[in-house]
Design a protein around this ligand. Sequence first.
Ligand code: PRP
Ligand code: ADE
Length: 177
Amino acid sequence: MNQDTLGFIKDSIKSIPDYPKAGIIFRDVTSLVENGPAFSATIDLLAERFKDAGFTKVAGTEARGFIFGAPLAKALGLGFILVRKPNKLPRKTIEQSYKLEYGTDILQIHVDAVDAGDKVLIVDDLLATGGTVAATVSLIRQLGGIVEEAAFVISLPDLGGEAVLKNLNVNITKLVD
Ligand code: PRP
Ligand code: ADE
């Protein structure tokens, strides 16, 4: 990937100290999304990376995973699966609880969103502890989907998420760390 473009994307992400709690450095992708050329370059890089890779669907996790996952799915010509926080999805769902860097939560997926054998690319803005993506992997695999790859705009490698994904046999693409 082009290093100048990656540097431009990295520089567009602001770091906010002590948000939402003392000791957390919040990597704020909203500043990237607010920057048209940076947002466009991010989706273009991911689309170039995954075009012709044989995926049948893209999945993204609420809320920031939607921002990057939906335009990537469109660019790849694929359907987009919404993995959501509780009580947002209207059809039959399964759910998975998980731990966050600063709390716990539950994720749900429609049971008919994944067909057995679907090759699903997971997309999220940021990888921290890996709790969110591990729950997303689990939901898709419970429905018979194949998950071998997850893509992030930014990874915080010190927080352990990359090791979590390695243990789940999921490859990582990250643009920035
Ligand atoms: C953030 C981020 C990732 C997750 C990463 O979402 O968008 O989904 O945390 O953290 P982890 O690797 O430790 O699980 P958050 O739950 O804050 O929700 P939001 O996207 O709705 O803001
Ligand atoms: N989600 C979990 N940890 C985060 C962090 N440090 N910055 C932004 N989003 C996050």
